[in-house]
Design a binder for this molecule. Structure first.
Ligand code: PLP
Length: 421
């Protein structure tokens, strides 16, 4: 089919995936219905074992969502009011929300604008007392307890320097791997670097359930035991509570569905990578794809410094996603949960995509340090300039394993045409 016959492209087409596995899904759901075992039980246990093997994690525990996985990890290390937890402001709300829900304070440290992940050199400068934000947090050195790196869009954060800092300063590491199941860094899988790895089975994720669901990987045996108890209201044996936990269990029906999908995950990730490479090739051939370093604003934002931005509002260029830690030559794997470009003319481009009936999304329009609910923390947009700028310029284009070449060409043609005007 040629791109001339295409009239619309969905941002994500879950129906196409369902069509390819319908019979297996129905059989799996039926198996649970016949068993009448709906909460936890053998289906959840088997999935936990399968995922522990897939991720190569020592322990894997199902829970109710990726958000709960983060909360459980923070509860397991006894995060309490007055504690500080370092994380990225350029992420889904749950990352910061989990910290704040326990009364602790998130410390938002800026991202690397090339891959949108937490920037280790800035974390270092905070821990060494050289970051301007240190003044904001009284007695910060004694209060920092953990770091939550986020593997955004399916590419791992630069873990080695973060793990080194965590060791040096005695901090727990909780990976927010909600978008990164199957991603790797230096031959190791997301969710195995830190003390905990938090995954989401939200339906649109690369390994999505048909409702909410999540998973937490845990390195230490005693911590895994404690996390497992916290997810069951803190009771062990049942009805005997040494601590206050939450109800965060994975439904057996969701576990059965995820088990079916897990068999295909590597093929789907490979297909997503192929689509991403194809977009990169097409945009480059069209002469509009550039790399972030061509903008010349790596560690600062020229616009925020009151200078002309290298990315003018007339630019016909887009910055293509970069493989930093996800480069296969270095043992990495970016699993392209999202294919995200940068444009200085986002509104203009979105109008053209609307007109061509092409789906898109902004992940995320407001970084966490600028969210109203975190105003009490006293951040200014310029405290995290790379995150602020990314929130103005990033745009996610359609990507999913079944995306056809004709549809990709239609997306590329629309973007190229739009940027000419
Ligand atoms: C980076 C990130 N963290 C956490 C979550 C929370 O996962 P869930 O929606 O399963 O609660 C998500 C999912 O949307 C996410 O993308």
């Amino acid at each position: 089919m040629s791109s001339n016959s295409i009239q619309s492209v969905e941002l994500l087409d879950l129906k196409a995936q369902y069509d390819s596995i319908r019979d297996e899904i129905k059989a799996a759901v039926d198996r649970v219905l016949e068993s009448q075992y709906f909460i936890m039980g053998p289906e959840v246990k088997t999935l936990e074992n399968e995922l522990a093997r897939y991720i190569r994690a020592r322990h894997a525990l199902g829970c109710a969502s990726g958000s709960d996985a983060l909360l459980l990890a923070l509860m397991a290390i006894d995060i309490k009011p007055s504690d500080l937890v370092i994380t990225s402001p350029y992420t889904f709300f749950a990352t910061g929300g989990a910290i704040a829900r326990l009364g602790a304070e998130p410390v938002f440290i800026d991202i690397n604008p090339v891959d949108y992940n937490l920037r280790p050199s800035l974390v270092r400068s905070f821990l060494e007392g050289e970051h301007p934000l240190c003044e904001r947090f009284e007695n910060y050195a004694d209060r920092v307890k953990a770091i939550i790196p986020v593997h955004l869009y399916g590419q791992c954060a630069d873990m080695d320097p973060l793990l080194e800092l965590a060791e040096q300063y005695g901090l727990a590491v909780i990976e927010d791997a909600a978008q990164a199941i199957g991603a790797s860094y230096k031959h190791e899988q997301a969710g195995t670097f830190g003390d905990f790895g938090c995954f989401s089975f939200f339906p649109s994720k690369n390994l999505g359930a048909y409702g909410d669901g999540g998973l937490i990987t845990v390195k230490d045996d005693a911590m895994a035991e404690k996390t497992g108890i916290i997810r069951l209201h803190g009771g062990k044996p049942k009805y005997y509570h040494k601590m206050v936990g939450i109800n965060s269990r994975l439904d057996a029906i969701q576990a059965a569905i995820v088990r079916v999908k897990l068999k295909y995950l590597d093929d789907w990730s490979a297909a997503r990578r192929d689509k991403a490479m194809k977009y990169n090739r097409l945009f480059t051939e069209e002469g509009i794809g550039i790399t972030h370093d061509m903008l010349g604003c790596d560690t600062r934002c020229s616009a925020m410094a009151g200078e002309a931005c290298g990315f003018s509002d007339k630019s016909d260029k887009i910055v293509l996603p970069a493989e930093t830690t996800g480069n296969p030559d270095d043992g990495g794997r970016h699993i392209y949960h999202q294919y995200v470009i940068r444009t200085a003319r986002r509104d203009h481009l979105m109008a053209a995509l609307d007109k061509a009936d092409i789906g898109y999304a902004i992940y995320y329009p407001v970084p966490l340090h600028e969210q109203e609910c975190f105003a009490y923390l006293g951040y200014k947009p310029g405290d995290c300039p790379a995150s602020h700028c990314a929130a103005q310029q990033t745009l996610a284009l359609p990507i999913y394993p079944e995306l056809s070449t004709a549809k990709q060409e239609y997306v590329v043609k629309t973007v190229v045409e739009a940027l000419k005007t």
